[in-house]
Ligand binder design. Structure first.
Ligand SMILES: Cc1ncc(COP(=O)(O)O)c(C=O)c1O
Length: 378
């Protein structure tokens, strides 16, 4: 089946008793048991919930895994993934990731005894050099938030596997519509489902998909033992949102390309970061491993003053955290999503105060282009 069919039908079937075509919201915390020790597969809703199971099965199908486990946020998902490690273990991570991921690593897990090295994972040699005998996990985003750096997933998988380490890819930016990390050798792929998977800016959620049996068992255990589960209503909304993924993603991308066209030719724009540009350093790798470049675009203006003025002038692009919804958003990463990353580190990777990030929505492209044009020209 194609992904346009799988997003709608994957892991779902009409409900047995009534034939309801949409998976119902099983808004219950517990289930009647028929006798002591005799239940119908459902005991308590932290452990099992049919709406959550349908959401998990659907994303599992999309990413081509054997097991998907849902959590109440993207960071909750990353945290559960790290629970597979022990004090003393070493993680090699990309040097540009969502700021909250960096904060989680540094302020929660480092004090608990995990060790992290951050490398430019776009260079396989640097990734290889960072591996030690204690490295148990490689964690990358590609393309990265917000610098749009592209890592060769197959190369990263080979490097991780050679050391017996586990490769996790954050696929939030491209989704399985454009990129399938498991098929390129990753052990697990995770999402902030808050973003494109749900796609409507009305749910916070996360999910991880794997085809590694022992990891699947462990992460399912963590889901129940720690309990950071998404509620049934959120699972229903995410399941409804993902049904249009195959319609939304090409539109996000074609709109983004039109914005990029304007930005690269505009005299006030200094640099544009979009992996679909032929002079982007990750272009060749992106073409090899993705079927598209997505709807996220970053760019710089001359200075913070210009950025501040731009952010007050857009009429459709809304200044807000988050990304991946149908509506276009504008973000200033240095003060918003990546404020928890130290300034020297931000500046070193190009994440300066003059950088803006656009999450290009699916509105009419002419209106979006005009919005950016007028905000730049005033
Ligand atoms: C790439 C990426 N990964 C993970 C997260 C964390 O997800 P959540 O906000 O759902 O916890 C985000 C949030 O912006 C993100 O952009």
């Amino acid at each position: 089946m194609g992904i346009g069919t799988d997003v709608i039908h994957g892991g779902q079937h009409p409900e047995e008793r009534t034939g309801a075509v949409s998976v119902p919201i099983f808004q219950t915390s517990t289930y009647k048991q028929d006798a002591i020790g005799k239940h119908r597969g459902y005991e308590y809703a932290r452990t099992q919930n049919p709406t959550r199971e349908a959401w998990e099965r659907c994303v599992c199908k999309l990413e081509g895994g054997t097991e998907a486990v849902a959590f109440s946020s993207g960071l909750g998902t990353t945290s559960a993934i790290l629970k597979n490690l022990r004090a003393g273990d070493h993680v090699v991570a990309g040097d540009n990731m969502y700021g909250g991921t960096y904060r989680l690593f540094e302020t929660i897990y480092r004090p608990l005894g995990l060790d992290f090295s951050y490398v430019d994972s776009t260079d396989p040699a640097k990734l290889r050099d960072a591996m030690t005998d204690r490295t148990k996990m490689v964690f990358i985003e590609t393309p990265t938030n917000p610098m749009m750096n592209v890592t060769d997933i197959a190369a990263a998988a080979e490097i991780a596997r050679a050391k017996g380490a586990f490769l996790v890819v954050d696929n939030t930016f491209l989704t399985p519509y454009f990129q399938k990390p498991l098929s390129l050798g990753a052990h697990a792929v995770m999402h902030s489902a808050t973003k494109y998977l749900n796609g409507h800016a009305d749910v916070v959620g996360g999910i991880v998909v794997t085809n590694d049996q022992s990891f699947a068992e462990r992460i399912r255990y963590v889901q129940n033992a720690e309990g950071a589960v998404p509620g049934p209503m959120d699972c229903f909304l995410a399941l409804r949102g993902v049904k249009t993924l195959a319609v939304r993603m090409p539109r996000h991308e074609s709109n983004a390309k039109k914005i990029v066209e304007l930005l690269v030719s505009h005299p006030k724009v200094e640099k544009v970061y979009y992996p679909g540009l032929e002079d982007h350093p990750g272009y060749a790798v992106a073409r090899k491993q993705c079927t598209g470049f997505g709807g996220m675009v970053s760019f710089t203006l001359s200075d913070f003053g210009a950025v501040q003025a731009f952010a007050t002038r857009t009429k459709i692009f809304t200044l807000a955290e988050s990304l991946g919804g149908i509506e276009s958003l504008l973000c200033h990463p240095a003060s918003m999503t990546h404020a928890s990353v130290p300034k020297e580190k931000r500046d070193a990777m190009g994440l300066t105060d003059s950088l803006l990030r656009l999450s290009v929505g699916i509105e009419d492209p002419e209106d979006l282009v005009e919005d950016i044009r007028q905000a730049l020209s005033r």
